[in-house]
Design a protein around this ligand. Structure first.
Ligand SMILES: [Zn+2]
Length: 423
């Protein structure tokens, strides 16, 4: 399987869930800021019995750690990992990543991650934090495409990677307009104009070579501009042949700048459909189109979308990645008190810390605990899967995604059929 296909099979929900998990792991610290949190990267093909043997050695070594409480904490992390590894059949297609230790919540926490890409390093590490960098790298989209607008009047160079669009360079030319006479003879003026245009195209080619081959290497490029300019430019000798080979599409675009880049993105959508950015824009635009035409085939808002899901009326749920909420069912040890509380995942650990100092509002008992927890996107995804709908997580890196979040609360749905009863 090629790199491209591997990336493609990862859905936006899977990416979101891993990202979410990593955010959570990133906020974990060892209970006493000692180097007692264990990070373990296991490459695919590793025998887990070998891993366990290594962990047994580390367990023995931990008795030599000077600070006794740190040594004990490392040992409890190790025994927790060893007992769990025994229940795992093998290291899997992509290997495994394990995090374990006594965190600021004062209990041993264990996390097992089946990574989206093969684990490329073998790593055993004790620190006061978990080391998640290698997993983070896997989340970054490796494919980058170039979008170039070239006209006599200027050029705009952009890149798209995952759901990000970046304008890298905007250049203005000093090629005179074709119809300006300026007192010179028509023939002389045209010749000077052509020379200026050639110099300009040469300059753009140099910039493109640097940007797309060195600074931001791309897999492919789509080029846009007024018909004549593109052709003139692509025929010029200055553009590096390695770059020319990467041109996968040429489109007629009337504008420069971000307006032109968006037009180019839309026109080249079929060529760039692997990109989250393109897919996400298409989905939000489809939603907007239904809304604008009042087809009755869309709804938005948390309650409305949940209702539509319950009726199995949903085809696609669109959720903004910024809709980040963990719902927790809090119960009291001493009475019947129960309550649902919601936090952003970055505030999760603070919330847990505060919970242990909090007293029950009913009976004054201080032993409140979390009965169950789940995050909103995961909940929505389960409900979608149960009714044959799909869920797409939409980033807010681009303006369509930002609009979904700001104008529609970040939760919307495209429906299978019109529902006539009032939601
Ligand atoms: Zn109580």
């Amino acid at each position: 399987m090629t790199k491209k296909q591997e990336e493609k099979k990862r859905t936006s929900v899977e990416r979101y869930m891993l990202k979410h998990e990593l955010d959570k792991l990133e906020s974990k610290k060892s209970f006493n800021m000692s180097t007692s949190l264990v990070t373990l990267y296991i490459p695919p093909g590793t025998r887990l019995s070998d891993v366990n043997a290594q962990l047994r050695d580390e367990y023995g070594t931990a008795t030599n750690i000077k600070d006794k409480s740190t040594g004990k904490a490392v040992q409890s992390a190790l025994s927790s990992i060893m007992s769990r590894i025994k229940t795992i059949p093998d290291s899997g297609e992509n290997g495994l990543v394990i995090f374990c230790g006594i965190t600021q919540n004062n209990k041993v926490e264990f996390f097992l991650i089946s990574p989206p890409d093969p684990v490329g390093i073998k790593l055993y590490l004790c620190d006061y934090v978990f080391h998640i960098d290698h997993l983070k790298e896997m989340l970054e989209s490796k494919q980058r495409y170039g979008l170039a607008l070239i006209a006599r009047g200027g050029a705009t160079l952009a890149t798209v990677q995952g759901s990000r669009l970046d304008i890298i360079r905007e250049e203005e030319s000093n090629v005179p307009g074709k119809h300006k006479m300026g007192g010179q003879s028509q023939a002389r003026f045209q010749r000077l104009t052509e020379e200026a245009a050639q110099r300009w195209y040469g300059k753009v080619a140099d910039i493109m070579n640097t940007v797309y081959l060195e600074d931001f290497p791309v897999e492919a490029i789509v080029v846009g501009g007024p018909a004549l300019s593109k052709a003139e430019f692509l025929e010029s000798k200055e553009i590096d042949y390695r770059l020319l080979e990467k041109v996968i599409g040429i489109y007629d675009i009337g504008y420069l700048g971000s307006v032109g880049i968006r037009e180019l993105l839309d026109k080249a959508a079929d060529k760039l459909s692997d990109f989250e950015l393109v897919k996400e824009r298409q989905l939000t635009q489809k939603f907007m189109e239904h809304l604008g035409k009042d087809t009755g085939l869309v709804t938005y808002g948390e309650k409305e979308v949940l209702k539509a899901l319950e009726k199995a009326a949903v085809e696609i749920v669109l959720v903004s990645e910024d809709v980040d909420r963990v719902n927790m069912e809090i119960k009291c040890d001493g009475c019947d008190y129960t309550n649902i509380e919601s936090v952003k995942s970055k505030d999760y650990n603070d919330f847990i810390k505060k919970l242990s100092d909090k007293k029950c509002s009913e009976c004054g008992n201080s032993k409140l605990y979390i009965e169950s927890e789940s995050d909103l996107i995961t909940e929505l995804n389960e409900k979608a899967e149960n009714t044959g709908a799909t869920l797409e997580v939409i980033s807010t890196d681009h303006e369509d995604g930002a609009m979904l979040y700001n104008a529609f609360g970040g939760i919307a749905a495209i429906l299978r059929y019109k529902s006539y009863d009032d939601y």
